[in-house]
Design a protein around this ligand. Structure first.
Ligand SMILES: Nc1ncnc2c1ncn2[C@@H]1O[C@H](COP(=O)(O)OP(=O)(O)OP(=O)(O)O)[C@@H](O)[C@H]1O
Ligand SMILES: [Mg+2]
Length: 624
């Protein structure tokens, strides 16, 4: 189980494997309910086709016993019977097409609903879910598992229905012809049952293993063929290792698939044997009856036609159990995500303040990650006054990023309270909260779309003038304008076609367009060249202008411009004050400052080469 339950719900995080229950079945049915008319249609076609399937047997009997009866042969009847003999499968085939259409419609509509509800549900889940789930796994469930639903409908559902009906109709037809012969033929069936079950079980096991292998293989592909992955592989010269790892997985997969494809072969040979044995029994027993004058030739011919129709449904129905099991597992995996409760929800009576946000306040806030063995934050209290900059400084792993998660409710505080203008953030409407807060993350994420579309993510209806104004403020307009396609340039996956500093400035422009009142900024730790650094600094200054900002500061300039500095250590605010106050206190902050910035002061421009050359501090960043 990769999925963790949300915390604060008082539930086991280790979910037991859910037994397939009636509840699951009812739930599956509920998804099909809106499309019940298709199901009834399928049922109708199945009944008609089952009936049409036994018709030829009766026609054969009529041909031999009536049309070709030596006592009074009837050429006209023969013509009609032969026409009927040909027409039955043609009509059945046409109905089959209709049945297929109904099945496809039902399956696709249910899939459409499932995909939509799954995706919108996933969008509602909190960050907690995604940090504890493999991305590949989530994608695979939305794409592959939902796709399996079509097979359930057109395969399992229709197959069970039509085979059960074929079996019943055929058996009834057999008994109407001769009950002793029927019993005799049915006696041969159990011989089929055991090998069928055996093969079914083996196949199920192999297909499960195969699925698991495929999952591992796609995991390898996803990781190693992504851009960051391939850079890592190349830079560590691990191509050979990766190829070997892939090749091993591939070999296992091949062996499994070969076994999977061969495991049924012996069994088909057995079926072939049975399809010969059963008619032989009919010829032998029925033949003696004919000789004794108790049965007609037509009866025998009709009977053999019927007997051969028994095997397919029997073998299919015996193996259908495994299909049903896999289908249920499929739905179970989908339901598992649908059951994942969003742990951060909007109150039904949420508040939408009339004024834009001004002041934010943390009071005695505590927070623990669900799987953390110690609290990530303890007793955090501070106030962000309107228009001020609050800088978070401290060692790696101290909890700075975690603090920034709480205000926009990416996580909810487990203790204490966060307020914006006196309202608890948990009482505010999502829309209002989302509009008020803008976030620039440490690692910039861009969609693989044009610069224009990426910028518009901040404001969907922004016109070109607004885009350009924002880009200018973010110091990125000149660069965009100089690109051959300008604002239509496609940035590449995650923005890989742009440099780190360029991506950052596009992200800044994106937030400028959004124009939030509260700004959360996780300053990038990566050092840029002096030119980009100056541009990013200017962009940030423009961005913070007139907003209430919470900044994880790595740049000296940002720290110096902050109205208050919080020195965070081990999840607590160890020191709190202005730069001057903290220096005067000669505590942790002043030590950090001495260590990191002293030598760079005066010529600070985040130019690592230049700073490194003076033989001291190699990086003008607070830590990391
Ligand atoms: N999703 C998570 N699940 C469990 N623990 C986490 C999770 N994210 C972070 N932590 C832990 O919480 C603590 C604080 O992490 P946080 O990311 O807030 O540190 P930080 O101060 O931002 O560090 P850095 O400067 O390196 O970015 C760390 O001990 C970290 O291991
Ligand atoms: Mg961090």
């Amino acid at each position: 189980m990769h999925v963790m339950m949300g915390m604060g719900m008082g539930m086991d995080r280790q979910k037991p494997k859910r037994p397939v229950t009636r509840a699951t079945l009812l739930r599956i049915l509920a998804f099909f309910k809106p499309y019940a008319r298709y199901a009834w249609g399928v049922l109708l076609t199945v009944v008609v086709m089952a009936a049409l399937g036994v018709l030829p047997a009766y026609i054969v009997r009529a041909i031999f016993d009536n049309a070709l009866n030596p006592a009074h042969p009837d050429g006209n009847l023969l013509d009609w019977l032969v026409i009927g003999f040909v027409a039955a499968p043609i009509i059945s085939g046409l109905i089959g097409v209709w049945q297929n259409y109904l099945g496809v419609m039902m399956g696709q509509k249910v899939m459409f609903d499932l995909r939509n509800s799954l995706y919108s549900h996933l969008q509602r889940l909190s960050l907690r879910f995604f940090t504890s789930t493999r991305t590949g796994e989530v994608i695979s469930r939305v794409v592959n598992d939902v796709n399996g639903v079509q097979d359930v409908v057109t395969g399992t559902f229709t197959s069970i229905l039509s085979n059960v009906l074929t079996l019943i109709v055929t058996a009834v037809a057999m008994f109407t012809i001769d009950w002793r012969l029927s019993l005799l033929s049915l006696c041969t069936l159990p011989l089929l049952i055991y090998p069928t079950l055996l093969v079914g079980r083996a196949r199920y096991r192999i297909s499960k293993d195969t699925q698991a292998r495929f999952a591992t293989m796609s995991q390898i592909l996803q990781e190693t063929l992504s851009i960051s992955g391939i850079v890592l592989v190349k830079s560590f010269m691990r191509q050979g290792y990766e190829v070997a790892r892939f090749s091993k997985e591939n070999a296992d997969l091949m062996r499994l698939q070969i076994r999977g494809r061969m495991v049924g072969r012996w069994f088909f040979m057995l079926i072939g044997l049975f399809t010969a044995v059963a008619p032989a029994l009919v010829y032998w027993f029925g033949g003696h009856e004919v000789i004794g004058g108790r049965m007609s030739i037509g009866d025998i011919l009709a009977f053999t036609a019927l007997v051969t129709r028994l095997f397919m449904p029997v073998t299919t129905l015996l193996s259908v159990n495994t299909d049903v099991q896999s289908s249920l597992a499929l739905f179970d995996r989908i339901f598992e995500y649908l059951d994942e409760k969003p742990d951060i929800v909007e109150r039904t009576s949420s508040i939408t303040p009339a004024q834009p946000a001004q002041r934010a306040e943390f009071s005695h806030v505590g927070f623990s990650y669900a799987d953390g063995n110690r609290p990530a934050l303890v007793d955090i209290s501070f106030t962000m006054e309107p228009g001020t900059v609050t800088a978070l400084v401290g060692p790696s792993g101290a909890g700075k990023t975690t603090i920034t998660y709480l205000l926009p409710r990416l996580y909810d505080a487990t203790e204490g309270q966060l307020c914006i203008d006196g309202y608890d953030v948990r009482d505010l409407s999502f829309k209002w909260l989302g509009d008020q807060i803008g976030i620039v993350t440490q690692e910039t994420f861009l969609f693989n779309a044009s610069v224009r579309d990426n910028l518009r993510y901040g404001k969907t209806d922004a016109n070109d003038d607004e885009l350009i104004a924002a880009a200018k403020q973010a110091q990125i307009h000149d660069l965009i304008a100089s690109m051959p396609n300008g604002y239509d340039t496609i940035v590449g996956e995650r923005g890989y076609k742009l440099s780190g500093g360029e991506k950052q400035r596009i992200a800044i422009a994106r937030v400028i367009l959004k124009d939030p009142r509260i700004l959360i900024l996780d300053e990038a730790t990566s050092a840029l060249d002096s030119h980009s650094e100056a541009a990013v600094q200017a962009a940030l200054a423009n961005l913070m202008q007139g907003r209430t900002s919470l900044v994880i500061a790595h740049r000296l300039s940002t720290i110096l411009s902050a109205d208050q500095i919080l020195f965070v250590q081990d999840g607590r605010i160890a020191e709190h004050g202005s730069h001057a106050q903290l220096l005067a206190a000669e505590g942790l902050y002043s030590q950090l400052y001495e260590r990191q910035f002293r030598n760079a002061q005066g010529k600070f421009s985040a130019l690592p080469a230049a700073i490194g050359s003076n033989g001291h501090t190699p990086m003008p960043v607070a830590h990391d």
